[in-house]
Design a protein around this ligand. Structure first.
Ligand SMILES: Cc1cc2nc3c(=O)[nH]c(=O)nc-3n(C[C@H](O)[C@H](O)[C@H](O)COP(=O)(O)O)c2cc1C
Length: 351
């Protein structure tokens, strides 16, 4: 059976069942693609990596499929979001595929097995040469947000190459308010008290206001606490879903974060702004709607030095990673660029 036929058949399964099957498949480690494109080799968080494409947070929430996910060809992985205590997340159904746009709307709400199990999984399967970020979040019913972040940071940083502080998921009430002027300063002050720190990134919402974005960029430039920004998490906007009719249009009105191609433009706008505000001085990880080499090229050209994806894996399957890398590598060659770094912030088009 071809992958196309198989994926057509699998599409009839509820998205979360499909996700569990995908995780089980990767745990078998039968799929092993190690793409080697010389011009894609780059560095991230002090380590050499094979390519700048990473797996975005949310796919491996419990660190249970590290080696299998790396075998898809990713240069690095971001695990989590993990919270201190296990939590079940929002009631099902909570993930909705919009096939007309290759997009997803979901309100999972940080369903995960908690920090203890995450750490056990991580320690038993990570290898020293893996490049792994850990994305941390707060429990829904936590009364002290900042305590959750500090607890997770201290517990997990020894096993990570970087830590992402997730202040942008739309599915945990109040979480995105931490991006606001006044709140972000309080969080960062607590983080600054942690003695041993790893490269630390903030993951932002594409719906952030210009005022809050500028404030965050200014803070980052003023001290060396935060090393980079991840642009972006999912959006609560549905504006880009209005261009064509959708079969089950009720899904568009479901609460949650939208990901995939309709998010791409908004996420790219944020990369552009951050690159300008910070004059290219910080690491930007570009994520949102990457499904081919051109999308990856575009984000790097706007200022991202690393990129991530999630939703295109759902619609296009494991082969999408190799395809993106091949197309990105060709795009660099065509533009006479020797490496990914030569493209960062150059503002040139793929074709
Ligand atoms: C099913 C699903 C679950 C996600 N869970 C998380 C999460 O736990 N933490 C997080 O920071 N982002 C999460 N995200 C957001 C992705 O990491 C990414 O920022 C977003 O989907 C945009 O990238 P994409 O268009 O390539 O999917 C999730 C996305 C999806 C589709």
């Amino acid at each position: 059976m071809s992958f196309k036929t198989l994926s057509y058949a699998l599409n009839f399964l509820p998205p979360e069942v499909l996700h569990s099957l995908f995780i089980k498949f990767l745990q078998t480690r039968l799929y092993n693609k190690k793409p080697k494109f010389k011009n894609l080799k780059t560095t991230a968080f002090g380590k050499e990596i094979n390519n700048p494409l990473g797996l975005a947070a949310g796919f491996d929430k419990n660190a249970e499929v590290i080696q299998g996910a790396l075998q898809l060809g990713f240069g690095f992985l971001e695990l989590g979001t993990v919270t201190p205590m296990p939590q079940v997340g929002n009631p099902k159904p909570r993930v909705f595929k919009i096939p007309e746009f290759n997009a997803v709307i979901q309100r999972l709400g940080f369903n995960n097995k908690g920090a203890e199990e995450f750490l056990r999984n991580l320690i038993s399967s990570r290898k020293d040469d893996n490049t792994l970020g850990i994305n941390i979040g707060k429990n829904k019913n936590s009364t002290d947000n900042f305590k959750d972040y500090c607890f997770l940071y201290e517990k997990l940083q020894p096993y990570s190459d970087y830590i992402t502080i997730n202040i942008s998921s739309p599915n945990t009430p109040g979480l995105r308010d931490i991006q606001e002027k006044g709140n972000i300063e309080k969080l960062l002050q607590k983080i600054s008290k942690i003695k041993k720190r790893k490269p630390t990134l903030l993951k932002l919402s594409p719906d952030i206001s210009n005022r809050n974005l500028e404030n965050i960029c200014k803070i980052i430039l003023r001290n060396d606490l935060i090393n980079g920004l991840i642009c972006t998490n999912t959006t609560i906007s549905r504006d880009n879903l209005l261009q064509k009719p959708v079969k089950n249009s009720w899904k568009l009105h479901e609460k949650g974060g939208l990901s995939g191609p309709p998010l791409r433009y908004k996420a790219n706008e944020l990369i552009k702004k951050v690159y300008e505000f910070t004059e290219g001085k910080i690491t930007i990880i570009g994520v949102g709607g990457v499904s081919n080499g051109k999308d990856a090229f575009e984000k790097i050209s706007l200022g991202a030095s690393l990129i991530q994806l999630y939703t295109s894996l759902i619609f296009k399957g494991p082969g999408v990673v190799f395809k993106i890398l091949k197309e990105l590598s060709l795009g660099l060659e065509r533009n006479d660029l020797g490496s990914v770094n030569d493209l960062v912030g150059r503002n040139i088009s793929y074709d």
